[in-house]
Design a protein around this ligand. Sequence first.
Ligand code: NAP
Length: 381
Amino acid sequence: MTAPTRRTFLASLAAAGAVAPLAAHAERLLPRRTKAPQSILVLGGTGFLGPHFVRAALANGHKVTLFNRGKTNPGLFKDLEQLHGDREKGDLEALKGKAFDAVVDTSGYVPAHVEATAKLFAENCKHYQFISTISVYGSFGDRPDSIDESTETSSVDDDKVQKVNLIKEAMPFYGPLKARCEAAAEAGMPGRVSTIRPGLIVGPGDTSDRFTWWPVRIDKGGEVLCPGDQDGHVQFVDVRDLADWMLHCIEQNVTGVYNATGFHGRVSMAELLGACKCNTSTPVTLTWASEEFLQENKVQPYMQMPCWIPREGRSVIQTEKAQQKGLKFRPIADTIRDTLQWAKTERGDKPFARTGLKPEREAELLAKWKELQKAAATKAR
Ligand SMILES: NC(=O)c1ccc[n+]([C@@H]2O[C@H](COP(=O)([O-])OP(=O)(O)OC[C@H]3O[C@@H](n4cnc5c(N)ncnc54)[C@H](OP(=O)(O)O)[C@@H]3O)[C@@H](O)[C@H]2O)c1
């Protein structure tokens, strides 16, 4: 395997829905509203974000219908109307002639799929909500502190777009194709689309383990290898805050393009991991190794060291626009506590296959780091 270049590394962060900071803010969720119930179709609804949105909508008295292939978590939401079809096969028969107040598209990755559904509902639906991603911005580190909704999105050649039909074929061009999907939604229903660009989505039910690693690893106790700059910022959004705000946008007919990731102000890696430490009664020591050390030892940012993005790849995603329209963040402590609770129950004790370090590798790196520190101290004397 060849070593990743800076460009491919940044692209992989983008594809992973990566990037940035926490804010220590603790306002409660949006209050439950009493608007007239709406009929809402979710294109998807049974993975990670979808179920949280469905539960938020049902809790507010709305009528929810799901459209999917019936493959992912088929036992979920048995009491709801479930329509089946396959976007990859162009099979939208079950949707034809149906009308909804709003359509929420959590499963759009291929522009042609989004074009088809936005066109289909242009006459029969008031509001189309497209769940996009901050990965539309492509590389991050070149533009620290400056990514807002007006920042140019990344592009992909037309011939590549035309060749993509399966969702898995879209993954190598995840960000630019999501940007094309946004455009397809807007073209189908001009002025009636809320385009939401989340950063890393975390919380109970997140099977990607890209955040869950930290609450779980720190709860196990002992000496924990921590990444680089203690001051390096992190950003993510609790899936429940995102779901509540998606619903708020539908209820209040909020349209336009919005970044949706945390937080009010910056949250550092040290604050995040410190909060994980405060969430456990297991004795634990956090040992911070420099970014240079981790890079020399080929520790893969973001996946092997979750939430860690080396200095040169970091940016801050601005989210004031969404906050002005009601996006709120629960206390990070709640996200950590509930994620750990979910991990200990529903997720279970299965190993972290895709994220984090194996215990022996972590121990080896800790020993090496301490040797280096000792040698440096001896030299300095
Ligand atoms: N996770 C992150 O950190 C992150 C970050 C930024 C943005 N996002 C975006 O957030 C969204 C979250 O997605 P999610 O997976 O959690 O949503 P979800 O709605 O909970 O789950 C995906 C749904 O899509 C359905 N589906 C998959 N392939 C389909 C097909 N060919 N035709 C019809 N339905 C199909 C699945 O059901 P069946 O398999 O039964 O068809 C499932 O119900 C995505 O748009 C992603 O790009 C995620």
